[in-house]
Design a protein around this ligand. Structure first.
Ligand code: SF4
Length: 290
């Protein structure tokens, strides 16, 4: 695939860099609060979160020359002030991510990264070249069982993930302190089952902005069984599973936040994103009851 825009070419040691491409949203107002951005989705992720919204791009191959992606960004550029790299896992494809971030910066576009934190070396490389303005790390709790699912990447041992995400957080904290990045946040997807882990993580991350995102269960083995059942059967199976395990409501997530005793942002389907000052009195009252 060749670029229509000659000024838009990235060459690295004479080789084309390719991206395992997952998708492109030409204009998004939800991926970067307060900005219009385009979003580039990278295909491939070594984790297998049971609730993944982007399971269609966890695996597989759709290789595109980088110039095809920079053309897409250029088409959006009159309408945006930033580019978000998401996935899948963007930091898994280090060279492609660095090349695209360099390109975006050359176009005077801000760069946002959404990552699971598994590849600290990529974050380090981005920060070393001042190629990121905003980093959001999705912190996967131990409950989510990501290490045991099959796929075309080796499973990620939990201890390995814990080690890597801690490194990633330390790197981003330092970059924020030194004003190399301007925004840094930790995002946790919340279910009934992982409340205890949320408290542990909140204690570990200190004052880093925290987003609690409403989680929604999915059918774990959808891809394996989809061809065996009709679409109608699938919808009904999925609905009954989701009725058994409905997402937490905004009020329930606020209760979790009260236990943390800090300000958080909460994202739900019903209310969008809100900033919530936790009710410290609730937490203190519960402590007194114990
Ligand atoms: S880390 Fe993100 S992209 Fe990867 S499986 Fe989990 S939710 Fe999906």
């Amino acid at each position: 695939m060749h670029s229509n825009n000659p000024g838009n070419k990235i060459i690295r040691h004479g080789d084309h860099i390719q991206l395992n491409f997952g998708g492109f949203v030409s204009l998004s107002t939800v991926d970067w609060r307060g900005r219009s951005a385009c979003t580039v989705f990278f295909r491939g992720c070594p984790l297998r979160c049971s609730y993944c919204q982007n399971e269609a791009i966890q695996t597989g191959s759709d290789l595109r020359d980088i110039e095809a992606i920079t053309d897409m960004i250029m088409t959006s550029s009159p309408f945006i002030s930033g580019v978000v790299f998401s996935g899948g896992e963007p930091t898994l494809q280090k060279e492609a991510l660095l090349a695209l971030a360099r390109f975006a910066k050359k176009q005077h576009l801000a760069v946002g990264i959404q990552t699971n934190g598994q590849f600290p070396a990529t974050l380090e490389a981005l920060i070393a070249e001042s190629l990121a303005d905003r980093i959001a790390i999705d912190y996967k709790t131990r409950w989510e069982g990501f290490s045991s699912m099959p796929g075309d990447h080796a499973p990620v041992p939990r201890d390995n993930y814990q080690k890597n995400i801690k490194k990633s957080i330390a790197i981003c904290k330092k970059a924020l302190r030194e004003q190399v990045i301007r925004e840094f946040e930790i995002v946790i997807t919340v279910f009934y089952e992982n409340e205890e882990y949320i408290k542990e993580i909140a204690a570990q991350i200190g004052t880093i902005p925290l987003v609690l995102q409403q989680g929604e269960h999915k059918i774990g083995n959808l891809q394996a069984t989809a061809s065996d059942i009709s679409h109608g059967e699938y919808i009904s199976k999925r609905r009954s599973l989701q009725e058994l395990h409905p997402p937490l409501t905004l009020a329930e997530i606020k209760k979790i936040a009260d236990e943390l005793g800090r300000t958080v942002r909460i994202r739900t389907r019903e209310a969008g994103e809100i900033t919530y000052e936790s009710d410290w009195r609730c937490r203190d009252a519960r402590k007194r009851q114990r």
